[in-house]
Design a protein around this ligand. Structure first.
Ligand SMILES: [Zn+2]
Length: 415
């Protein structure tokens, strides 16, 4: 570790460049809003004043706070941790055998404390809320985001409310309760309005965008930068391709910011190509990228068995990040998602349906013909499959039920 200084300049509007002091500002840029537009805020560092050497990315990292020089929480007494981050990156040799691609890796975020990548967002967001002396955490969620927010709120001693749609598996409601939060099941479209009311009238910190298509809480998204830092450490350099499932798109946006900051600091020498991966029934980003749109369109309706990515639109920032990276976007059918979940299971991975999407998209990436055998390709596995027991029960065979003797076992197994 060789740190001389860190400088956080401000919250800066991604549209008009207006700057704001760091504080509990969650409704975006007031300057843009006064002109009837919307502008998201992001944490802006004075990178010229940040002096980090390459060994900052080396060695054994035990906590994401070892990356605190580029995270927006300043008081170490407010650093929360439930053991998030430092997740495994494993090589999937199937792609070497089938396609001659020996460097395909799975970054398995299912190893986080609440079994998803959302813990990176919430550990930073709730720590910052503690530093700003906020009163509680509120979020809209399809599942992962909700239990993660509730767990970190609990770690901070804060109350939490989570608005879930009816389709979310009931285990999420109960887990929210286990973490001391309040799960509220309500129709899809009413979640945003309720969240806004709780934030604006009761001082809660939102852990989800208050406006569709905008960035999440500007502090939370910084947590996703740590995926970029870990990948550079684990691979010994920047991967060539990253494929990730996209709902609102915050994870890819945050990772892109992380890779760009590393490049500007001179700690790396290139950027990865990003690919957004969606279900065919909820593919607003894919359509907008292919059609050259300036913003992500809003679908009339969205459906997929991959509930975690079932959103009608996505943020403009993920569209811009992917475009700037020279990457792209792919969509796959629910059938392909199911088949990939089953195939991954047979290789030792039980992943959430949304996490199977980037793996299901690999074949399309190979068919583009740009990828070279020496390229390093990372699929972001965002969450564990165990959270959706009803879907697992549909995909996996039931147990053998036998009498308590060898003959019965032999009859069923043929042994
Ligand atoms: Zn603005």
């Amino acid at each position: 570790m060789n740190v001389i200084s860190r400088k956080i300049k401000s919250l800066q509007c991604t549209e008009c460049g207006s700057e704001y002091e760091l504080g509990p500002i969650y409704g975006g840029c007031t300057n843009c809003r006064s002109q009837g537009k919307s502008g998201a805020l992001e944490v802006h560092y004075d990178l010229d004043a940040v002096k980090l050497s390459r060994d900052w990315l080396d060695g054994g990292v035990r906590s994401i706070w070892e990356y605190r020089q580029l995270l927006p929480v300043e008081d170490p007494n407010c650093f929360l941790s439930l053991g998030e981050g430092n997740t495994p990156l494993t090589n999937d040799s199937y792609y070497d055998q089938q396609y001659g691609m020996p460097h395909v890796y799975l970054k398995n975020e299912g190893f986080n404390p609440t079994w998803s990548h959302k813990d990176r967002l919430n550990v930073v967001l709730v720590s910052k809320t503690k530093e700003l002396k906020g009163t509680g955490i509120a979020t809209s969620s399809t599942g992962n985001q909700g239990i993660s927010a509730a767990a970190y709120a609990a770690a901070a001693g804060l109350p939490s409310y989570v608005f879930y749609p009816p389709e979310t598996a009931s285990i999420y409601h109960r887990l929210t309760g286990m973490y001391g939060g309040k799960a509220v099941v309500t129709p899809w479209e009413s979640r945003g309005k309720l969240l806004r009311k709780l934030v604006e009238d009761h001082g809660f910190t939102p852990s989800y965008p208050l406006v569709d298509g905008e960035l999440s809480n500007p502090y939370g998204i910084e947590g996703y930068k740590t995926v970029a830092y870990e990948l550079v450490r684990q691979l010994g350099g920047v991967p060539d391709y990253i494929l990730a499932p996209v709902s609102e798109g915050n994870a890819l946006t945050g990772m892109w910011k992380g890779f760009n900051e590393l490049l500007q600091l001179g700690l790396t020498d290139k950027l990865p190509r990003l690919y957004g991966c969606q279900a065919a029934g909820a593919d607003a980003l894919v359509q907008s990228l292919h059609q050259g749109d300036e913003k992500v369109k809003v679908l009339d309706e969205a459906y997929s068995l991959a509930t975690s990515t079932r959103e009608r639109t996505a943020g403009v920032h993920v569209l811009r990040s992917i475009r700037a990276s020279g990457g792209g976007a792919f969509a796959v059918s629910d059938r392909q998602i199911q088949d990939t979940m089953i195939a991954l299971g047979k290789r030792g991975y039980c992943v959430e349906s949304a996490s199977a999407i980037p793996v299901a998209c690999l074949e399309q990436l190979f068919q583009e013909g740009k990828v070279r055998p020496e390229d390093k390709i990372v699929c972001l596995i965002t969450s564990a499959g165990l959270k959706w027991p009803d879907l697992i029960a549909e995909l996996a065979p039931p147990p053998l039920r036998i009498e308590g003797n060898w003959e019965s076992f032999s009859r069923e197994t043929g042994l």
